[in-house]
Design a protein around this ligand. Structure first.
Ligand SMILES: NC(=O)c1ccc[n+]([C@@H]2O[C@H](COP(=O)([O-])OP(=O)(O)OC[C@H]3O[C@@H](n4cnc5c(N)ncnc54)[C@H](OP(=O)(O)O)[C@@H]3O)[C@@H](O)[C@H]2O)c1
Length: 289
């Protein structure tokens, strides 16, 4: 048997990372990083890393010399201020790309559909970004840094990530709001293609073993409004309180929420030989009885 490839998973403690690690562990020599807590890392060797420290990023990658790096770490909305987003999503991604290029590692970088303005859907894989908010700006600048410093990297634009084993942070937040007796307004004018975390993790691992370079959309195949998606997941998690949920319009609240972020997926599905399942298909396969 040939030796297992060394895989460095940046952001192993995050929602995506904690699903990706157990999937990768049987086939790779796996190292998974965390910043604040390693508790969610259940597979591979956990390593602390602060992406804002360039020397630490370069030293870790030089020392490990991984064949593959999957970069899932980021400051997402609600998890840090604008400066933290800039330092992690832009500068940290740049350090990662520089270091990956230095050791000749295959880099798979995770970006977001929010790099788009939501006015020109469906978006092709290489559609130029035009973000409406700071998070989207930092994700777009992160993509540009990765392209500049590691031109052979694969850059994945994905959508809302959910799973049926661990509740995602948005749905958990909605559930908490309902349980406090509050009304929950879910946007009926916001369209996304939520991706099942197991499909996304599988796709990223496959991509790590290919030499595809450039931008690739990887999301679920079912476009759905934020309202309907929220309702379906809350129902699946048996949260109840349906009468407290109402429809709201993002366009009436803010002009920084991109409305329609449908993505074309034919390139990813052909390249990865995968059917990227939609929400209804995933829920149908895993009824919560
Ligand atoms: N979640 C979504 O719906 C969604 C949608 C579109 C795109 N994305 C993108 O998908 C990727 C994965 O998202 P996710 O939901 O899994 O994120 P997440 O749960 O918020 O996890 C973020 C990860 O980044 C790490 N991190 C934060 N600051 C760091 C720093 N300074 N140095 C090193 N690591 C740091 C965190 O470590 P600690 O927890 O240990 O601090 C954690 O492992 C991200 O690139 C995100 O932008 C997510």
């Amino acid at each position: 048997m040939p030796p297992k490839k060394r895989l460095l998973l940046i952001g192993g403690s995050g929602y995506l990372g904690q699903h990706l690690a157990p999937l990768a562990a049987p086939s790779y020599d796996l190292y998974a990083t965390y910043q604040q807590s390693s508790a969610a890392i259940t597979a591979g060797q956990a390593l602390p890393l602060d992406l804002t420290n360039r020397n630490a990023v370069v030293a870790l990658i030089q020392e490990l010399a991984p064949e593959i790096i999957i970069h899932t770490a980021a400051i997402n909305p609600g998890r840090g201020n604008d400066l933290a987003m800039q330092r992690v999503n832009v500068d940290g991604s740049r350090y990662m790309a520089e270091a990956a290029n230095l050791v000749g590692a295959r880099l798979v970088h995770v970006s977001s559909d929010v790099v788009h303005d939501g006015r020109h859907a469906p978006y092709a894989d290489d559609a130029p970004p035009n973000p409406l908010n700071v998070y989207g700006q930092t994700k777009a600048l992160g993509e540009a840094a990765v392209q500049a410093y590691c031109p052979h990297a694969a850059i994945v634009r994905t959508s809302l990530i959910y799973g049926l084993n661990v509740i995602d942070r948005s749905t958990a937040g909605f559930a908490a709001q309902l349980q406090r007796g509050e009304t929950l307004a879910l946007f009926s004018d916001v369209i996304r293609q939520p991706v099942w975390v197991e499909d996304l993790a599988t796709a990223l691992l496959k991509l790590g073993d290919l030499d595809f370079a450039g931008l690739l959309n990887i999301a679920g195949s079912q476009p759905i409004t934020r309202e309907l998606f929220g309702r379906k997941l809350l129902q699946w998690w048996q949260v109840g309180h349906e009468t407290q949920i109402c429809a709201g319009l993002a366009a009436e609240i803010s002009d920084t929420i991109p409305l329609d972020l449908r993505l074309t997926l034919d390139k990813a599905e052909a390249l990865l030989n995968m059917n990227l399942k939609g929400v209804d298909e995933v829920i149908k396969r895993s009824p919560n009885l």
